[in-house]
Design a protein around this ligand. Structure first.
Ligand SMILES: Nc1ncnc2c1ncn2[C@@H]1O[C@H](COP(=O)(O)OP(=O)(O)OP(=O)(O)O)[C@@H](O)[C@H]1O
Ligand SMILES: [Mg+2]
Length: 294
């Protein structure tokens, strides 16, 4: 079970490269794909789901090029697109039954699987209610359920936590941890906390380019000793923001507490603090440009 992404490029007419020579090897486990809006996450996922062809480069599933033979990958794929829509008048049971039929699952097996998923995703009670009456979190869980109908070996989920409240996000993280196992899970988000606890590896995408792919520990190590905090007057904070990589600000009685990633202490008062994955991500997503304070 192996997915090999080799020098994949994607250009859309009249635009620059949405994906620029992206290469990565994926084995079973959870990979978090982090990147800001427009970084190319959905483009990559659509290519891996064989819905779009790369302009250059190739994708191999267990050594087979999916451009010429997509069937092998498609048979084991579960995909939740970012713009996943549900049919509002159908209930979860009807909707999943419909998709199971489209996926060619034999009806008795489909019924068993749907019952299993409705239980696992905590949708059993609401199974007969029209999807129009579901909350955002419940709809996302239906989306995950449809992606799991065929017990996929390759599960691709695009921004599954958008629109979820913190409680639903926490529940979602638990779910992902449970889904990991003998499959490749690729999950995109721009929210670091969605993946820091569950992803064995994190890939960071910036303007179509892979800027890092490593374990959370290795990413943290890269900003170790380069994260600083100190309090400045509000006017000063606005000025510093334009020339420093500020990863958070906090209002204090004496002014604003800045947190920055910088190669050297940006001020005599600044003290080095323990880095977070958010610091590492923001630095890499900014192109690794935290210079020394001039
Ligand atoms: N069908 C398309 N036609 C033209 N340009 C596109 C198309 N799809 C994506 N793009 C462009 O490609 C780039 C990458 O888009 P993509 O949707 O892959 O990013 P993303 O990381 O998923 O962003 P988001 O976090 O907003 O979902 C963007 O500049 C986008 O405008
Ligand atoms: Mg997207």
């Amino acid at each position: 079970m192996h997915l090999s992404i080799q020098g994949v490029c994607k250009s859309y007419p009249g635009r620059g490269l949405a994906l620029d020579a992206f290469s990565l090897e994926l084995s079973p486990g959870v990979l978090g794909l982090l990147g800001p809006n427009g970084a190319g996450k959905s483009t990559l996922m659509r290519i891996l789901a064989t819905l779009t062809r790369p302009s250059a480069g190739r994708v191999l599933w267990d050594g087979v090029d999916v451009a010429t033979a997509p069937e092998g990958l498609r048979a084991v794929l579960g995909y939740l697109p970012q713009d996943f829509g549900v049919y509002p008048h159908l209930s979860a049971v009807e909707f999943l039954g419909y998709l199971a039929a489209l996926k060619g699952l034999p009806p008795p097996a489909a019924r068993r699987r749907i019952d299993e998923l409705l239980n696992a995703l905590n949708l059993w009670e609401a199974r007969a209610v029209p999807l129009a009456e579901y909350s955002g979190g419940m709809r996302q869980r239906v989306g995950i359920a449809q992606a799991l109908l065929n017990d996929p070996r390759l599960l691709i989920i695009d921004e599954p936590t958008v629109g979820l409240d913190p409680e639903e996000r926490a529940r979602f993280r638990t779910l992902i941890a449970e889904l990991a196992g003998n499959r490749i899970v690729l999950l995109s988000t721009h929210i670091v906390s969605d993946v820091e606890a569950t992803a064995e590896r994190i890939a960071i995408l910036h303007r179509g380019k892979l800027v890092a792919a490593a374990t959370p520990d290795v990413l943290l190590e890269a900003v170790q000793g380069r994260v600083f905090e100190w309090v400045v007057p509000a006017e000063e904070a606005a000025r510093l923001r334009t020339r420093l990589l500020v990863t958070s600000t906090l209002r204090r009685a004496q002014g604003v507490q800045l947190r920055v990633v910088s190669n050297a202490a940006p001020s005599p008062e600044a003290r080095a603090v323990a880095p977070s994955l958010e610091d590492a991500y923001l630095e890499l997503a900014a192109g690794g440009q935290a210079g020394s304070a001039a």
